[in-house]
Write a protein that binds this ligand. Structure first.
Ligand SMILES: [Ca+2]
Length: 228
């Protein structure tokens, strides 16, 4: 199926890109809104309400400059040696994505937080990074399993459906939240209840424009356990 036809199919039916991409890691992350094991319609709605409320709470705290209990060790990308391809604690999700990721200081790309931001230029597929330090095992961070987590980041993009954030837990992933594309710094959030079998809690930030030219900026990423 051609790329154009794929795009038409997605617009028309609003489904994912299954069957159109050769490499699943390069699909636009659609995320799962499906019912979880053991959930009925009522408990599913309850979870979704809890996640929506957590999004609002984190966004309000970030916009007002309130304190956030951030689990990310390098969410603001300040630890990024000049010659390193990626900020410390962050990895490229797609093969060769590192070539599309740049360290931005001052100038046109004034960082939103501290002195360094990350710029991600679109490729023909999705380009994204994810933090890699929060591993979940029976003996490590096991308390995060089943918890509702909220992630947020300051993002800047001139075009819609480009800059996105979502959460991955090693089993599944959350839906995506996009920057509106109005060219200003906006704090975007996403909440997700981790699987009882989660193996990690990672925030994925990327550019899903797939036009080979649009560049988006991210700074000040946070990941928190949502308070009930
Ligand atoms: Ca920064």
């Amino acid at each position: 199926m051609s790329r154009t036809l794929c795009a038409l199919v997605i617009v028309a039916v609003g489904i994912g890109l299954a069957g159109c991409a050769s490499d699943t890691s390069e699909r636009p992350p659609s995320g799962s809104t499906a019912r979880r094991p053991g959930e009925d319609d009522g408990t599913r709605a309850e979870r979704q309400n809890r996640e929506a409320a957590a999004n609002t709470a984190l966004a309000e705290r970030a916009r007002s400059g309130g304190e956030i209990d951030n689990l990310l060790k390098n969410g603001s990308f300040e630890q990024w040696p000049e010659k390193a391809p990626l900020p410390t604690q962050w990895s490229a999700v797609e093969q060769e994505a590192a070539a599309k990721i740049a360290r931005k200081t001052g100038g046109d790309a004034v960082p939103r937080d501290g002195k360094i931001a990350v710029a991600i230029t679109a490729d023909r597929g999705v380009v994204s990074i994810a933090n890699d330090e929060i591993v979940i095992t029976d003996s490590e961070n096991a308390n995060l399993r089943g918890k509702t987590m909220t992630a947020g980041v300051w993002a800047k993009a001139d075009t819609g459906t480009a800059a996105f954030i979502n959460i991955r837990d090693g089993v599944d992933e959350s839906p995506v939240t996009d920057h509106p594309g109005d060219g200003t710094w906006q704090f975007i959030t996403v909440s997700y209840t981790l699987s009882a079998k989660a193996t990690r809690a990672s925030v994925r930030l990327g550019n899903r424009k797939q036009d080979g030219k649009s560049t988006v900026l991210f700074d000040g990423a946070v990941l928190t356990v949502a308070t009930p």
